[in-house]
Design a protein around this ligand. Sequence first.
Ligand SMILES: NC(=O)c1ccc[n+]([C@@H]2O[C@H](COP(=O)([O-])OP(=O)(O)OC[C@H]3O[C@@H](n4cnc5c(N)ncnc54)[C@H](O)[C@@H]3O)[C@@H](O)[C@H]2O)c1
Length: 281
Amino acid sequence: MSPATIVNDLPLPTNIPESHQTPANTSHNALFTLAGKVVVITGGGRGLGIALAGAVLEAGGHVVCLDILKEPAAEEWAALQKMAKQFNLEATYRKRRRAVEVMDEIDADATRVGAQFHGVVACAGIQQRIPAVDYPQADFERIQELMSLHGARIMIKNGVRGSIVMIASMSGQIANRGLTCSAYNTSKAAVQQMCRSLAQEWGQHGIRINTLSPGYIRTAMTDELLTAAPEIEKIWMAGALLGRLGAPEDFKAPAIFLLSAGSSFMTGADLRVDGGHCASA
Ligand SMILES: NC(=O)c1ccc[n+]([C@@H]2O[C@H](COP(=O)([O-])OP(=O)(O)OC[C@H]3O[C@@H](n4cnc5c(N)ncnc54)[C@H](O)[C@@H]3O)[C@@H](O)[C@H]2O)c1
């Protein structure tokens, strides 16, 4: 069948509210604000997640960090609390429980502070260097876990045109030289495809979903890896076109862009931020 004869007989969504479009005269600040909104960050107990929580506060939003850790990283959390107080915003931490329960509670809290449950950044992740043939099935399933679905359920119920950002990785598109992490990479490719599929389902509700795909970042996750195998850093640096690995702060502006009205015509897309790594062979 030639492309010209392919007929899409599915009805196009007709009920997308017009206000989903950004008005032509919207100011630069209004494009990037999260004022009056609550954003949930899974994996927000340390690393990239806690850095992005700071970015949400800086953009004027309340933030809820969810993690499996008993407590968030002490130093970063103290700094986050200080910032929240200074901006008169809330930054709360919850130890992860059943997704539906915890998301419903957060929705109720959002109403209490007069804000809207607007966004989810799915930043939870585990990196494991295990040869594919030795991979335990339970771990493979654990690595794929996601909270975004329950966030979207609440947005649909509340009629909110929110935004979901799933942290994928450049490893969703490339195989990392020197690493045996097939399950991790497969899960990241699955996240990217899940994003496209969910964008197709949720566009009719005005909910946007995109992936943010980092290259190598110095966090506790990669520190553990580089301590165990220091020779890997040389391989990573060979692809670092800007002469450095990433820092969590490099992802603050891209995440706020994806969460805010600035990206209101963007859904089902992947934003790769990798210091040029994938651009060279
Ligand atoms: N560090 C990198 O180089 C790099 C590169 C590309 C993508 N990423 C991705 O960025 C995200 C954050 O990575 P990081 O480097 O900050 O790692 P990190 O290990 O420092 O932080 C990940 C956090 O996720 C939490 N977590 C794990 N499973 C969870 C679950 N089921 N529910 C809730 N929380 C859970 C962990 O407890 C941890 O606090 C991950 O998705 C990772 O795959 C990282």
